[in-house]
Design a protein around this ligand. Structure first.
Ligand code: PLP
Length: 439
């Protein structure tokens, strides 16, 4: 009898006892290829010696110092590093312990920015349906995943949602990328005008949608149009790269591929690769300066922000990615993964779409491929796929069920950046077998 309130009370979990490279081993010695990095976290796989060494060294030196009293060399070095590698304009860093904390902080920075600027009337946040920004109340309110939100709705701050740029389901027959991008982005302008052109604080979006839709990248030009609309009305653009960022799509930040720089960017998961809980907000000089020249502080804070162990993990992981030139491997192995998925599943009766960027790929499952009809949620396809994959020694991240007409079942893949082409072949084969067994 466990005393832990696990995520799913009635499911029996194997006990993880060891991680090595791309595998996790359970108490019976069975290995599972971590093809989802947990939830797009373990970007270096497990037990990377350079990260372990950095963590041991930090632990011997300074495990914790409250940021109300001290800064630490390791936190300063991580911030320098993140700014050096960030798109031009994002020149300050706020260090937290995970993705939801990063999103909460970004929302509050955006609001405080307008208070400092003398525009306190701005109070609306616009985000997108079929998005996930975290489970704390502000982040949950921002996200548009009704399955996660519905029972908590009375506690959520008012937010406004437009459609995502979800080509597989929302693009009209024969519509070009350009027309689809324009039509999708226009929803933002319409919503800003509906709420009042000087009433909106920020628009929040995942650059590549992760948990809710399964690695859905925007079509070309969509984010450029979004950026232009935000600029037209002085609305801040917050890109949530908690899942898709830090190299996962082949560039350090996914938005580099869209030629767009947000005002605020949230990062987490791959930042510390799971070696410690760590997240961050990258913020532009204009926001930092509004605080610096105004009240002189950001009205926020957490006990563990800027934690030295977390910073050490972030710095070590980022050093390994650079020193081992792993973004090139993400690119090459991402292409290989796409090829293998198409070979194994491209003609599958129940596979509607295979998509993504780099080592961030999604497979959408449908009951009827000809008209994209999703499976009924009561089929619990995601649960069955996970069970079949785990039985075959494979960790993937299936999400599912159509709720309120939202996305259908999908499987998310986010293997470590160190995978080889043979690992990818095994992942595609095992996933194909698991899907065959589950549908
Ligand atoms: N934002 C995005 C895009 C996410 O995918 C997630 C988690 O999956 C979060 C925020 C929340 O991060 P965390 O679970 O670390 O709080």
């Amino acid at each position: 009898m466990t005393h832990i309130l696990h995520r799913a009370i009635h499911s029996k979990l194997p006990v993880a006892v060891r991680g090595q490279g791309i595998e996790i081993f359970d108490a019976d010695g069975k290995g599972y290829i971590d093809a989802s990095g947990g939830a797009a976290v373990s970007c270096l796989g497990h037990a990377h010696p350079a990260v372990l060494a950095a963590l041991h060294e930090q632990l011997d030196t300074m495990a914790y110092a409250h940021t109300g009293f001290f800064t630490t060399d390791v936190a300063e070095r991580l911030a320098d590093r993140l700014v050096d590698d960030a798109p031009k304009g994002l020149d300050h860093v706020y260090l937290v312990s995970g993705g939801s904390e990063a999103v909460e902080a970004a929302l509050k920075m955006a609001r405080q920015y307008f208070v400092e600027k003398g525009e306190p009337q701005r109070r609306h946040i616009i985000a997108r349906r079929q998005s996930y920004h975290g489970n704390t109340l502000g982040a949950l309110a921002t996200g548009g995943n009704e399955w996660r939100r519905s029972q908590f709705r009375p506690l959520l701050i008012e937010t406004h949602h437009i459609d995502p740029c979800y080509a597989y389901r929302l693009r009209h027959e024969g519509e070009t990328d350009e027309a689809f991008a324009a039509r999708s982005a226009q929803q933002l302008e319409d919503k800003i005008l509906e709420l009042g052109e000087d009433q909106v604080i920020a628009f929040v979006a995942e650059t590549v949608v992760g948990a809710t839709s399964g690695a859905v990248p925007p079509v070309a030009d969509y984010l450029k149009r979004i950026r232009a609309i935000c600029d037209r009305y002085g609305v801040l653009l917050i890109l949530d790269e908690v899942m898709c960022g830090m190299g996962r799509t082949g560039t350090l930040h996914a938005c580099e591929q869209d030629g767009v720089v947000p005002d605020l960017m949230t990062i987490a998961k791959g930042l510390g690769g799971g070696y410690q809980p760590v997240g961050a907000v990258l913020l532009s000089g204009k926001i930092f300066n509004a605080f610096a020249n105004g009240s002189g502080f950001f009205q926020h804070g957490h006990t563990y922000m800027g934690h030295p162990m977390a910073a050490a993990a972030g710095l070590a992981v980022q050093n390994v990615i650079r020193n081992e030139n792993l973004l090139a491997n993400v690119d090459a192995m991402g292409d290989h993964l796409e090829t293998r998925l198409i070979e194994r599943l491209g003609n599958h009766n129940h596979v509607g779409d295979i998509r993504g960027r780099g080592l961030f790929r999604g497979v959408e499952l449908v009951r009827d491929r000809s008209n994209k009809t999703p499976f009924d949620p009561s089929a619990k396809l995601n649960v069955r796929i996970k069970r079949e994959a785990m039985a075959r020694g494979l960790m993937v991240y299936p999400m599912g069920g159509t709720i309120d007409g939202q996305t259908g079942d999908h499987v998310l893949l986010a293997p470590p950046f160190i995978v080889t082409d043979r690992d990818i072949d095994t992942i595609a084969e095992r996933l194909g077998d698991a899907i065959d067994a589950a549908v």
